[in-house]
Design a protein around this ligand. Structure first.
Ligand code: AMP
Ligand code: MG
Length: 407
């Protein structure tokens, strides 16, 4: 058994980043940006009006009020998409709509509500004074050309898609999705929808893995439940090692008589880096490397398997796509937490804000076979090794499940 942090360093030293691919903006939601994206132009690209109104010379409106209007001569119209070539001189104005180019000579916009309105008349009454620059959105005030818009490693959401469109990018360079193989082992496993015979249970781990892989934005290209026999394992694994970036198994890596997964990994030339980590649950955790593949053998117990994926596989998948991982939070326990003397201890739990403080409590069920503990949880709580339990009031690390929120 090796210490948790040592095992983490080993995994990190074998992690690698995947290449890029170019995809259309419409397909980019949920992908990870592979390059820094810079502003192709300033924003706004040209001085334009923030209001529907009249472009004026501010000094021509001096002293204008509701009871003492100033009359200006209307010389042209500037609409969004149809700029006016006219230049305004003393005592003149131009109708100027929201988003329309500010005409030459103008240095302020009077909004239409403060005038006699849009009409076919050749003159306009102005009912208020304008300061220079009023209601003008100036070129480059939001961003200068060449400025960093979005950093490499950012998850593409509506915000990023909106910005890419704003700056005219129709394609994006994103990280390739990790190709992963998931498999479960066990003669006792039956797929949901079938009847159970004596001693059998339903396979749940692969359903959890498939969803977690999708949430991590990886692509499951192979998945199967395999009997506890070496030939079937060999067949699945040799193909998985040849085609996938990551292979993840559940079960079959402990000390059981039929736990063949580790043997077959080794037979197929996988280099073992460790297979027992100082953590609970999930001490039997195999990590190995093939030619271009990382291999995680997670234990079969459903809670160990789920937490093992989140603590070990998830960060590796993010790193493969150059995505920065989120840091754990620190909160105060409202109930005691069962610490271990040499193992890092994980439990599903709930975190929430109480009196402006982040607090949390572990799930009421603590067995590694009790997957219902995940139902109540928005987090995985994690205690460093130490003597005795952690009491209510003590601090603990909180890894919020990335698709959950704290309220
Ligand atoms: P193992 O690691 O193979 O010794 O399995 C440990 C425990 O996890 C046993 O009780 C298995 O029946 C259970 N288990 C293994 N694989 C799965 C699975 N895919 N779904 C649900 N439980 C499983
Ligand atoms: Mg088994």
């Amino acid at each position: 058994m090796i210490p948790f942090n040592e095992a983490k360093n080993i995994v990190q030293s074998h992690s690698f980043q995947l290449g890029r691919e170019t995809i259309g903006l419409n397909q980019s939601s949920g992908r990870i940006l592979a390059t820094d994206l810079k502003a192709s132009m300033p924003s706004p690209r040209f001085d334009n009006s923030a209001m529907d109104g009249f472009a004026v010379r501010a000094k021509d409106t001096k002293g204008a009020s509701k009871n003492n209007s100033v009359q200006l001569k209307l010389v042209s119209v500037s609409a969004a998409g149809s700029p006016s070539d006219a230049e305004i001189g003393p005592g003149e104005c131009i109708q100027c709509m929201t988003g329309a180019t500010i005409p030459k000579g103008a240095d302020a916009i009077i909004m239409v509500e403060d005038t006699s309105g849009f009409s076919d008349s050749k003159s306009v009454q102005i009912f208020c004074e304008a300061a220079v620059g009023k209601h003008i959105r100036t070129k480059g005030e939001e961003i200068s050309e060449g400025d960093l818009l979005i950093a490499k490693g950012t998850l593409v959401t509506a915000s990023e898609i909106g910005i890419c469109a704003t700056f005219g990018y129709e394609e994006l360079s994103v990280s390739q999705k990790p190709k992963i193989a998931i498999f479960g082992t066990g003669d006792e496993l039956v797929e949901p929808g079938n009847d159970l015979k004596a001693g059998q249970i339903y396979n749940s781990n692969l359903y959890v893995f498939a969803d977690l892989a999708e949430k991590a934005r990886a692509e499951v290209v192979m998945g199967d439940v395999i009997k506890d026999d070496k030939d079937s394992l060999r067949q699945f694994l040799s193909k998985a090692l040849a085609t996938c970036n990551v292979v993840i198994s559940s079960g079959g890596v402990s000390m059981g008589r039929y736990d063949y997964v580790r043997d077959v990994f080794m037979e197929l030339g996988v280099k073992e880096h460790f297979w027992k980590v100082a953590q609970k649950p999930g001490k039997p955790l195999f990590f190995g490397t093939g030619q271009d593949t990382l291999i995680f053998g997670l234990p079969g117990n459903p809670v160990s398997s789920y937490i093992g994926f989140m603590e070990w596989v998830w960060p590796v998948l993010e790193n493969m796509m150059s995505k920065k991982g989120s840091k754990p939070l620190t909160g105060t326990l409202t109930k005691s937490f069962p610490r271990e003397s040499v193992k890092k201890r994980f439990l599903f739990g709930n975190a929430w804000i109480e009196n402006s403080e982040l607090v949390c409590c572990p799930a009421s069920k603590v067995g590694s076979h009790m997957l219902t503990s995940a139902l109540e949880a928005n987090s995985i709580l994690c205690a460093e090794p130490g003597d005795g339990i952690l009491d209510a009031g003590d601090k603990i690390l909180i890894n919020v499940l990335p698709w959950k929120t704290i309220s």
